[in-house]
Design a protein around this ligand. Structure first.
Ligand code: DQA
Length: 147
């Protein structure tokens, strides 16, 4: 199966940005590991990062017929982008929402995800491991064909 990993705004700054919250690992390191793990588990993983809402929406639309799963960290858009939410709802794919930090432990405005209700599930607070946990879930769903 083909898996698209979408990273939203400011995630290109991982490794430099608020390290006490997001850690030392860079986005390139996260993506490399996901592609490798994907290979081990029979999944073809492609990664894309954008700071722009429209580009993320375009990539979600383009998934139709090309990708079978999406893993997305919408960054701050999580908390207010009805446009990304509607884009997710418009494609008929299981979408996994991932956040490096535990958004529920942080500022009040981060407690709400407007995108999570149209996703299959949400993984928060495990740092880069969260993306791998989503991949494991996908591998398992593929093995049992229980989309
Ligand atoms: C984040 C949490 C968001 O609140 C924040 O705006 C981010 C990163 C996370 O992965 O923990 O950019 O999505």
């Amino acid at each position: 199966a083909n898996v698209l990993v979408l990273h939203g705004p400011n995630l290109n700054r991982l490794g430099k940005r608020e390290k006490h919250i997001y850690g030392q690992t860079t986005l390139a390191q996260i993506n490399k590991k996901l592609v490798e793990k994907g290979k081990q588990w029979g999944l073809d993983v492609e990664c894309f990062q954008s700071n722009s809402e429209g580009e993320l929406i375009d990539r979600i639309h383009q998934c139709d017929g090309v990708f079978q799963y999406i893993i997305i960290n919408p960054g701050a858009y999580t908390h207010y982008s009805y446009a990304i939410r509607d884009a997710i709802a418009s494609v008929d794919l299981p979408v996994f929402e991932v956040h490096l930090s535990n958004i529920h432990l942080r500022e009040e405005f981060r407690h709400t995800s407007v995108t999570a209700p149209v996703c299959k599930g949400q993984i928060v607070g495990f740092g880069p491991l969260g993306y791998e946990l989503a991949l494991v879930a996908i591998a398992e769903m593929e093995a049992t064909s229980s989309k």
